[in-house]
Design a protein around this ligand. Structure first.
Ligand code: HSE
Length: 455
């Protein structure tokens, strides 16, 4: 019979993920030992309040409020408390003592990853964080290890389940944004304060992490452009559907080329029109998916649960087995390599496509004027669709279209134009939108959305 050595595991936090990790460790310890090559002893669980109600029944004697004492002598520390402090200090102390650390803390990795990885590298320990991005979906290890011999060109992620849930309900059930958010909150997808999700902060942190690994470059959260879904109306959803698109909040990380021909990268989060035949358009409900375009591997998609206690615990336990195997085999832990340090492309130089909806006066010469605006900025038109409302003359502009004051005495009938562009720089496209807003022919610019540009 194999004699396994025993490794001491300290757990920080017993929320929805932590309590499931503890349960697996206690119930499936023998099986995990066989997979990892060492016995795992859960030496304690640090929590703020040992009496707080929990998802699972865990032995009371494991609880402690003294996280500092708990991590002393631990071989592996699993941090599932969330937030920056005290998680950052505790992880630093644990790594300093040579313990491996596993965390699901995306904010900490996104904001303080470089200093923590540097410390881990220095002491030869491992810092693993599969659960920090897209919950149960294996995405960190595939990017860092499985694709280590390939060149990743783009990463497109639906990495926020709450916003996917809301947008999906708006598309499939015709719900208003307010109604969809209310249901997301009722079902526990959205927090009482949904700002981090709906304004894109959560997806921004995840994009910084994905871009860093994909491009071997430290990408800070501030370098990721961010736009949430709060500007998306039911009309945008209808216009998107009519043009064959589904709106998704995408984290887009891509390689680019500077004007002087140098390699660069960009990372951004924004609502995006995804063609209905793209695999990302079929990601429904609160699910996540990450689509990767790589030189040799081609297109890959990773799909599944992006949150949830038991689902996220799966990713944490996978990291635990990886960490324990290294302990058993010996040798240093290695972080993802950050050797390229590619520059970020200036946001105005990012190439993208827009779908712009404008309400115009339905008069001769209007189309020519609009075409002139696009052409003056060097933006080429790809598609154009016009619809004329049944009641035309004297119609007031739509309620969400009241950007430009009605010209006094204006009696012109109105029409809606939906204009799709070819690839152009973000700077040129923004200038076009500004020119459209200033144009006397345009009553209102009612929608400006980026189109997923394809490989
Ligand atoms: N709030 C996140 C989401 C889950 O809605 O996907 C945690 O990252």
């Amino acid at each position: 019979m194999i004699e396994y050595r025993t490794l001491r595991v300290a757990l920080l936090g017993a929320g929805s993920v932590g309590s499931q990790v503890a349960r697996f460790l206690l119930e499936d310890g023998d099986e995990l030992a066989k997979r990892a090559g060492a016995k795992l002893e859960l030496v304690g669980i640090a929590v703020r309040d040992p009496e707080a109600p929990r998802d699972t029944d865990l032995p009371k004697h494991l609880f402690t409020t003294d996280a500092d004492a708990l991590i002393l002598g631990a071989d592996v520390v699993i941090e599932l408390m969330g937030g920056i402090e005290p998680a950052r200090t505790l992880i630093t102390q644990a790594l300093d003592r040579g313990a491996d650390v596993i965390t699901a803390n995306k904010a900490l990795i996104a904001h303080h990853g470089p200093e923590l990885f540097e410390l881990a590298e220095r002491v030869g320990a491992q810092l693993l964080y599969e659960a920090a991005v897209a919950g149960a979906i294996p995405i960190i290890r595939p990017l860092r290890d499985s694709l280590a011999g390939d060149r990743v060109n783009r990463v497109l992620g639906i990495v926020n389940g709450t916003t996917n849930f809301i947008l999906d309900r708006m598309h499939t059930l015709g719900e208003s944004p307010e109604e969809a958010l209310r249901i997301a909150t009722e079902l526990g997808y959205a927090e009482a304060d949904p700002t981090a999700d709906v304004e894109g902060f959560d997806a921004q942190q995840k994009a910084a992490i994905l871009a860093s690994i994909a491009f071997h470059t430290t990408v800070s959260v501030d370098e990721v452009q961010r736009e949430g879904i709060t500007g998306i109306t039911s009309q945008h959803i209808r216009d998107a559907a009519r043009s064959g698109y589904t709106i998704k909040l995408l984290s887009v990380c891509e390689r680019a080329v500077t004007e002087s021909g140098e390699a660069a990268i960009s990372a951004r989060v924004h609502p995006t029109l995804v063609p209905n035949d793209h695999p990302l358009a079929a990601v429904h409900g609160g699910n996540n998916a990450v689509f990767i375009e790589a030189d040799a591997a081609g297109d890959l998609m990773f799909y599944g649960a992006g949150a949830g206690g038991v689902e996220t615990a799966s990713a944490v336990l996978g990291d635990l087995v990886t960490a324990v195997r290294r302990h058993v085999l010996g040798g240093r832990g290695l972080s993802a390599s950050m050797h390229l340090q590619l520059p970020m492309l200036d946001s105005d130089r990012v190439l993208t496509r827009y779908l712009i909806s404008v309400e115009v006066n339905d008069q001769s010469g209007v189309l020519a004027e609009l075409a002139g605006i696009f052409s003056a900025r060097g933006v080429s038109l790809a598609t154009l669709e016009q619809s004329i409302p049944v009641q035309t003359a004297l119609d007031a502009p739509a309620a969400d279209a009241a950007e430009q004051p009605e010209a006094e005495g204006s009696v012109a009938p109105r029409a809606t134009l939906i204009i799709g562009t070819h690839l152009a720089t973000e700077g040129a496209l923004k200038a076009v939108v500004e020119d459209l807003r200033q144009s006397a022919a345009v009553r209102a610019v009612t929608g400006v959305l980026r189109i997923e540009r394809g490989a």
